[in-house]
Structure formats: C-alpha cells, structure tokens
Design a protein around this ligand. Structure first.
Ligand SMILES: C[S@@+](CC[C@H](N)C(=O)[O-])C[C@H]1O[C@@H](n2cnc3c(N)ncnc32)[C@H](O)[C@@H]1O
Length: 257
C-alpha cells in the first residue's frame, strides 16, 4: 500500500471517528451538535437542547414538505427521475419530511460516512417504515465510484453538511452539484434541485457565534463553485430561516434559472 493511500485511509478513519464521537452523547459531549460556545458557557440544558432540536425538526418539515408537493405536481414529474439524495444523516433532526406523504413518491438514499449517523438513519427508517436506503460512505467517494446515480436523482438535500467540509472539498462538492443542476432530465428540461440548510457567514458574525470545525461559508463562496460547475448563473433562493439557539440557519433552494 502506498504512503499516500495509507494517509488517505487514515484521514478517512479519523473523519469517521470524529463524527462518531461528535454524534454520541458522553460526559465530554453531553449535547451532540449543540452550539459549542453555548455548551462551554453552560447555557445548554436538557430542556433547551430538546426544545431546540424539536424546533429544528418542525421547521424543516414546514419548509420541505411543500417543496416535495410542488415537485410532484410539476410537469414531467411522472416520467422521472425520482431519486432523493440526502447528504449527511447526523442526528436525523431535519429529515422528518422524508416520512411525509409526498416523499413516498420518491426513492430515497441517505449517505453518511459515520457508523453512528448510519445507525440513526437505519433506526429512523425502520421506525417510520419508509423505504429509504442508508449507505455508509463518503460522498465524494460515492460520486467517484459511480455508486451515487445523479441521472436518477431529482434532488439533493444537504443539511448542516457544507459547513463541515474544508474549503477545497466544498469547492469540489459544490462544483459537482452545479454540474448536477446542469444535467437535463429525459425530456430536456433542467428541473433538478439542490437544497441546503446552511449557516451563512452573513448571518453569523464571528463576534456573536463561535463555531468548532464549522465554517459558515458566505453566499459568494457557495455561488462561485456552484456556478463554475453549472456553467452560468444559478438561482439561489431563500425558502426559510431558522434560529437554532443563537445560530441563524437558511434553507436554500438552488436550481437552474
Ligand atoms: C452536522 S451533521 C448533520 C446533522 C443533521 N442535519 C441533523 O440535524 O441531525 C453532518 C453529518 O454529515 C456527515 N458527513 C460529513 N462529511 C461527510 C462526507 N464527506 N461524506 C459523508 N458524510 C459526511 C457526518 O458524519 C455527519 O453525520
């Protein structure tokens, strides 16, 4: 095995271990994915943690179900594609919309590199008896190996995912999603969509919000790589805003103009 390959594998294992740890409640990590600055200040309680997670779940349902309804009503939907690709399961807080009636008209795949996140996703899928498939994989690997089928996909959803990638990976991932948006469906229409739940740099000034291993990328950064991949301007619409503790999140719908 080459040194480079060994290094790459080690990094992958480290990333997986990092997420397994971050998603598992423990003495050092009593509130997984709660804002680290508020936890450090002792401002997160069991009650506030549960309440904030519930509010996030409710908001994503409220935002995403109408989107699915709209897509199922759109011209040409019958002919496909019908795939939904979910990038990052985490605690599955913002994925309740996968259990909605319109979601049953799609075929859902959930991708995550963490075993703990995949267990959460499997439990969720079983509990709600939905026909989603859970795949333990690193997303870029999935694209490289062809295990993720963009042609059969109508929408990507990435909730609190882009913010956790280092800059070079973000550029590659967004370029890929830009190319995905530029891929016509069988009837020659650009109707694919990408959804992000993302903390914009613009909304989260560093004097107010301190992150750990998270980068609140700015619109200009997101747009640059998406448009490079797409080959022109994309439509980046805000379809919802949500405050999670003191962090401000935006639901983006991104599509061909
Ligand atoms: C912040 S969590 C998502 C939290 C989720 N939105 C929630 O509210 O419960 C990010 C997830 O993405 C996964 N992840 C991060 N980078 C990844 C990558 N490159 N490929 C696959 N999974 C990745 C992590 O393992 C983690 O489960």
């Amino acid at each position: 095995m080459s040194v480079a390959l060994r290094r790459e594998l080690k990094t992958k294992l480290e990333v997986e271990a990092y997420w397994d740890h971050s998603l598992t409640p423990s003495k050092e990590n009593p509130f997984p994915l709660a804002p680290p600055d508020k936890v450090k200040e002792g401002l997160v309680s069991v009650l506030s943690y549960q309440k904030q997670n519930l509010l996030l779940a409710e908001k994503s349902l409220q935002v995403m179900v109408p989107e699915l309804i709209e897509i199922t009503k759109s011209r040409g939907f019958e002919k496909g594609p019908r795939g939904i690709e979910v990038l990052g399961a985490g605690l599955m807080r913002d994925l309740g919309w996968l259990t909605s009636t319109p979601a049953t008209q799609f075929s859902v795949s959930i991708r995550d590199c963490s075993s703990v996140a995949c267990e959460h996703a499997e439990t969720f899928v079983k509990k709600h008896r939905i026909s989603a498939k859970v795949h333990k994989m690193e997303v870029e690997e999935g694209w490289k190996s062809g295990q993720i089928d963009d042609r059969g996909t109508i929408l990507y959803y990435a909730g609190q995912f882009i913010q956790n990638q280092y800059y070079e990976a973000v550029c590659r991932i967004l370029e890929h999603l830009g190319r995905f948006l530029a891929t016509e469906t069988e009837d020659g229409v650009l109707r694919r969509k990408v959804y992000f739940l993302h903390p914009r740099g613009e909304d989260n000034p560093t004097d107010r919000v301190q992150w750990k291993n998270t980068t609140p990328y700015w619109d200009i950064e997101l747009r640059a790589s998406l448009e490079k991949g797409f080959g022109g301007k994309v439509l980046m619409e805000t379809i919802g805003k949500h405050d999670h503790f003191h962090q401000r999140y935006t639901f983006f719908r991104i599509s061909a103009p």
